[in-house]
Design a protein around this ligand. Structure first.
Ligand code: CP3
Length: 361
């Protein structure tokens, strides 16, 4: 397992030119500092697009796998070895803090998180169990193992933002319109505030555990925030995402904030306390840079569906994004959302090579 990190050779080559993950191109780009080349990683880079992932996961439920430090370590390393990406992201899930706290959640294959007893009342909010930090020993073990295996490659820790977790808790599972969530937000403002406060505390506990064990950067996923108007987002959601970042105190790791369909929210999203804003494929990065304003790096924003197209199309889109990303103070190449399960892993490796080739200073 340690070979990939120490050898730095072959197709799964790890960047060897820097020695400390805290000084890696990923961390530097997120902070707007000069880089050797544009760093690249992929949301959901560990997962079903990789045959080695499917083999390792066979017979183990998703949420059990997330709590097994050796499996977490191995699954997290798989895409780093295979693609030579510039960062690892911890193999886990946004619902894990709920699971560890004792909420009955299952991840149904092909569906997503399903909650046995959805939150529908003030009493339901008050009954949510808190996340006790001492139940995260498995996570700390996984992060420590990973940091030692990864050498100079940074590990990104992550958490789900309060709003996106609230959608699962209230809807009881994945949803398109998030109508129940919004109805609860409008009709029960006090319970809404308590729910988001609860979720911001557990997200902060979850992130702190990862950073204190050695993660070099963090990302807060507010995947479904794009369903909100800017006014509702600013008033009823943003303060709780800010509380998550604030919960990191002075821990010196760059912070990324990401959501899907957030074009109308880009001016606000960084304001939660991010160094870097993740952008989906709907807004080109030069326009996104204008909307987020100075003081933020950008991450993104290749449409994951492009990876299902021919090489010529992929190359054209990668070149466009690299070019438009130059408008930001720093750019981390990524997809606009997670890798689709049908993606040919070879296309991902190719994108890593192309981004590096196009941007080596
Ligand atoms: O990015 C990575 O490689 C790290 C691992 C990661 C997973 N989930 C693993 C996973 C991360 C960062 C997440 C975050 C997550 N989980 C988000 C935010 C990011 C996003 O995609 O918007 C959300 C909304 C979830 C909730 C969730 N968990 C969904 C929607 C699904 C997919 C359901 C399905 O089967 O299509 C999951 C399950 C999940 N999380 C899988 C993986 C690899 C697939 C489970 C499997 O392999 O059986």
């Amino acid at each position: 397992m340690g070979d990939a990190a120490s050898q730095g050779q072959g197709p799964g080559q790890l960047p060897a030119e820097r020695t400390a993950p805290g000084d890696s191109d990923l961390v530097r780009a997120a902070r707007g500092l000069p880089v050797a080349r544009t760093p690249v990683w992929f949301m959901r880079q560990a997962g079903r697009s990789l045959p080695e992932y499917r083999a390792l996961r066979a017979g183990t439920a998703m949420l059990a796998a997330c709590q097994d430090p050796d499996l977490v370590t191995e699954i997290t390393l798989q895409p780093v070895r295979r693609h030579g990406v510039d960062a690892a992201i911890l193999f886990s899930d946004i619902v894990l803090p709920l699971v560890v706290a004792g909420v009955d959640v299952e991840i149904k294959p092909g569906v997503g998180p399903v909650i046995a007893e959805p939150v529908r009342s003030v009493a339901d909010v008050d009954a949510l169990p808190p996340l006790e930090p001492d139940r995260l020993a498995f996570l700390e073990t996984a992060v420590r193992q990973l940091v030692s295996e990864l050498g100079p490659t940074p590990l990104i820790g992550f958490a789900g933002a309060p709003f996106t977790l609230a959608t699962y808790l209230i809807e009881g599972g994945p949803s398109k319109e998030h109508a129940r969530t919004k109805a609860f937000m409008y009709a029960e403002p006090a319970a809404w505030a308590r729910l988001l406060e609860h979720l911001s505390v557990s997200a902060a506990v979850f992130l702190r555990a990862q950073v204190d064990a050695g993660a070099s950067a963090v990302q807060l996923f507010d995947s479904w925030a794009g369903v909100l108007s800017a006014a509702d987002y600013a008033e009823r959601v943003l303060p709780y995402s800010r509380a998550v970042f604030d919960g990191l105190g002075d821990r010196d790791v760059p912070r990324t904030h990401f959501g899907v369909g957030t074009g109308e929210l880009l001016a606000l999203i960084g304001d939660a306390g991010a160094d870097m804003v993740g952008v989906d494929w709907r807004v080109p990065l030069d326009e996104a840079a204008r909307r987020v304003g100075p003081g933020y790096s950008l991450q993104g924003n290749l449409d994951p569906a492009v990876l299902l197209a021919d090489r010529e199309t992929i190359d054209r889109e990668v070149r466009r994004i690299v070019q438009q990303g130059r408008a930001a103070r720093g750019h981390v190449f990524n997809l606009g959302h997670g890798v689709l399960p049908d993606t040919d892993p070879g296309a991902l490796t190719h994108v890593v090579e192309l981004v590096h080739e196009l941007t080596t200073r």
